[in-house]
Design a protein around this ligand. Structure first.
Ligand SMILES: Cc1ncc(COP(=O)(O)O)c(C=O)c1O
Length: 401
């Protein structure tokens, strides 16, 4: 038989995708599954973005685009960075890719040599470690403990850095914990990074607009301008504008050398991003921004509801995060118990699997994000679903012996 490349040997299938598949199988049998596992907004894409795509397609904007993004979209991105982050980037410092995910993929492929280490504050989005391995690098997890509000402490970061460290990846507000970083906390991280001038910093700001209770988002290149040349600031339209299916993300850096390397990879693996998606993104970035605050207010209500509901369940402990649309409850008190259906709970994987099979609520095990025993609950769904989901989780936990 012909064979598959060795580079795929350690790269796993996303755990949240595996849970979505399990939920689909149950749904296909006619079972009503409450899905709290999906990492995407339940809101629609703004109508003006859809209209812009329509107009672009009808107007003949259907040819190969510039590999690194149209000049109109780059101008909208530069304006976004100035408006939201007080960062100055020129068109030559920006690359547009097929989602934030492809930005990360391109950046790792453009820079990692075998043995290079990438420091990943953990719990972390499932894809970082796999992308790093794909690129030949070695992921190094730094624990962000519940006791510290799942934040990255400067001393833990310092301890994880070695002469092989190539990148630090920051993602606050965080998937899966929702933890965000204050200016003072970011300044402490920046101080460590100033002592290590040979390390790139990727900041994944995809949840930037999802912060609550007046919490102010900040990003490292703005907090510490001396890092500007080493920071790759990544963002996209997926989460903020509910445009996950359009597949559009972007990045910018003070280093033109890094941008040119990323652009080279981007050109080879995509040939540029869909012209209609670029037109939609321009409309989203340049259009009215009120929807960001309106939607954030709805997410905040949902977060408060979910944190209260889960905190009231015996056996769970639920930290209240500052942002994103996830909570990450601790279920260590349930380890060793047996479910009503007779399943012994030894790990968070056992917990989420028994929960979906017996009470039909889909969540994702903490193990997938590198920290156990926890599970991730996404509240990017209706209050009705959240109410039903939390009630089922409560029944599931209270029936354990
Ligand atoms: C932290 C984080 N970064 C990036 C992405 C992917 O973003 P995109 O849809 O733009 O590829 C996700 C999606 O779940 C995410 O949680």
């Amino acid at each position: 038989m012909p064979s598959i490349a060795d580079r795929l040997k350690n790269v796993s299938v996303s755990a949240s995708a595996a849970m979505t598949q399990r939920a689909r199988e149950l749904s296909a049998k006619g079972i009503k599954v409450v899905s709290l596992s999906s990492g995407e907004p339940d809101f629609p894409t703004p109508a003006h973005a859809i209209e812009a795509a329509h107009v672009a397609a009808l107007g003949g904007d259907t040819k190969y685009p510039p590999m690194d993004g149209t000049s109109a979209l780059k101008a909208a991105i530069a304006e976004k960075f100035k408006r939201d982050n007080n960062l100055d980037y020129e068109a030559s410092q920006i690359v547009v890719s097929g989602g934030g995910k492809q930005v990360i993929f391109n950046a790792m492929l453009a820079t990692c040599n075998p043995g290079d280490e990438v420091v990943i504050p953990t719990p972390s989005w499932v894809s970082y470690a796999d992308i790093v391995k794909f690129a030949g690098g070695t992921p190094v997890a730094v624990p962000c403990l519940e006791e510290a509000g799942f934040k990255l402490r400067a001393e833990d970061l310092e301890a994880a850095i070695t002469p092989r460290t190539k990148w630090l990846i920051l993602n606050f507000p965080n998937n899966p914990t929702g933890a965000a970083c204050s200016r003072a906390e970011m300044a402490a991280i920046a101080e460590v990074m100033l002592r290590h001038p040979e390390i790139w910093i990727l900041t994944d700001d995809i949840y930037e607009h999802l912060v609550y209770d007046g919490f102010e988002f900040c990003t490292i290149a703005e907090v510490e301008p001396r890092l500007y040349d080493r920071v790759l600031t990544m963002n996209g339209v997926s989460k903020a504008y509910a445009m996950t299916g359009w597949r559009l993300g972007f990045c910018a850096s003070g280093s033109k050398q890094l941008i040119s390397a990323i652009s080279n990879v981007n050109g080879q693996n995509s040939g540029g991003i869909s012209t209609v998606a670029q037109a939609a993104a321009i409309a989203a970035l340049n259009g009215p921004q009120d929807l960001l605050k309106e939607r954030a207010a709805i997410y905040r209500e949902r977060r408060d509801f979910v944190v209260d509901a889960l905190s009231g369940i015996d056996g769970l402990r639920c930290h209240k995060p500052e942002g994103a649309f996830y909570v990450y409850p601790n279920m260590s008190a349930l380890i060793g118990k047996t479910t009503r259906g007779g399943r012994k709970i030894e790990t968070d994987v056992d917990f989420v699997m028994a929960l979906v099979d017996e009470h039909h609520v889909a969540t994702v095990q903490g193990a997938a994000y590198g920290m156990s025993p926890y599970f991730r609950v996404s509240y990017a769904t209706s209050m009705e679903m959240l109410g039903e989901g939390c009630a089922r989780i409560a029944e599931f936990c209270s029936a354990m012996r």
